[in-house]
Design a binder for this molecule. Structure first.
Ligand code: DAH
Length: 341
């Protein structure tokens, strides 16, 4: 009997910690760091294997008193269930991650991230700058809030010219004499007052008209002005430059037609029509040889200089290039429209 007891003591299982909560915490913490199949299998061996800690705890219960069994039994069982569930979850996660990894097909095209788009009018401005820039034209800008002097007087508009009327021009109520420029032409006068020929400039910019809007009219739109002045700049030079610009801008063959016209600041004046491919004739810009009165107004000697000027509706050029049917689309901020450029 005594020997039996001794024998029993001898084969006792190694001292097992019966702090169930501490064991749970330690096991779960270690499971957290098992992120390969191998380390997960090792963890399983340590805790749930045939010689694992949990197995040992359950087995050692056999030698506890009835009271201890009642207390520790259910706790040990629930620890076992919890660790098994945690193990199954972890195994699933690892397998899922491995599958996802395997599912990446490197031969598939990537997903294009959505980036910003250049507004078609800004794109048109940069095309104009680039093409004229290659022909030696500098880009110049001027104020949108203008004086009557620059917008009209220095450009040889008579005092009673109808364009000065309230109906066409947006006048600023105070101070008097200020208006929203109706065209980019005032920049001609501003530039010439500060610079001497020879020069060639291009002036893209926003202009304003007191106008009702429809598919081809906006109260505010863009123009681009050109001015080339020297001692012998001719209408022939003008025709060549406009032809060259148009072909480069549309990247197509373009027919041009110069029609006699009238502007106060040019003499002679022309209206330039354009046909792209087999399309209809479109009125694309006005121009002509700078009027001697304009040269005089900026302090040049009209006998010593000559040059050409032109001005076109930038929106119209963009509409013709991209096939846009309504000028108001440029100003509607509709992302579905803008995303196409
Ligand atoms: N400023 C004119 C307009 O707004 C366009 C224009 C015509 C500009 C002839 C010029 C030019 O420089 O020479 O309609």
């Amino acid at each position: 009997m005594l020997g039996g007891l001794l024998f029993f003591n001898f084969i006792r299982y190694p001292e097992i910690t019966m702090d169930i909560d501490a064991t749970r915490e330690k096991a779960l913490r270690e499971l957290e760091t098992a992120d390969t199949e191998d380390s997960l299998a090792a963890w399983h061996g340590v805790y749930l294997g045939r010689k694992g800690e949990i197995t040992m705890i359950l087995r050692s219960l056999g030698e506890k008193s009835l009271n201890e069994k009642k207390d520790l039994g259910p706790k040990a069982q629930s620890l076992k269930r919890d660790l098994e569930a945690a193990y199954v979850r972890k195994e699933k996660n690892l397998k899922g991650a491995a599958d996802a990894h395997r599912r990446i097909d490197l031969t598939m095209p990537g997903t294009r991230p959505e980036v910003g788009h250049c507004h078609p009018l800004m794109k048109t401005i940069s095309d104009i700058r680039r093409i004229f820039g290659n022909m030696g034209f500098a880009t110049v800008e001027g104020p949108e809030l203008e004086t009557e002097t620059y917008n009209f007087d220095k450009l040889n508009f008579p005092k009673n010219h109808p364009a000065r009327d309230m109906q066409d021009t947006l006048w600023v109520s105070a101070p008097k004499g200020l208006l929203m420029r109706t065209h980019t032409s005032p920049v001609q006068a501003r530039y010439m007052e500060k610079n001497l020929p020879p020069f060639q400039i291009i002036v893209p910019g926003r202009v304003f008209r007191n106008e009702a809007t429809d598919s081809s009219h906006e109260a505010n739109f863009y123009q681009f002005e050109g001015l080339m002045v020297g001692t012998d700049v001719s209408l022939g030079n003008f025709k060549w430059i406009i032809g060259e610009f148009s072909r480069q801008f549309f990247e197509k063959d373009v027919d041009l037609r110069f029609r006699p016209s009238f502007f106060p600041f040019t003499e002679p004046s022309v209206e330039i029509d354009m046909r792209i491919g087999n399309g209809p004739w479109l009125e694309m810009m006005g121009g002509g040889m700078v009027h001697p009165n304009v040269f005089e107004a900026v302090g040049y000697d009209p006998k010593g200089v000559q040059g050409f000027a032109f001005g076109g509706g930038l929106d119209r050029w963009a509409m013709a290039k991209y096939g846009i049917p309504d000028v108001r689309l440029f100003y509607g901020n509709d992302a579905r429209f803008l995303r196409q450029f």
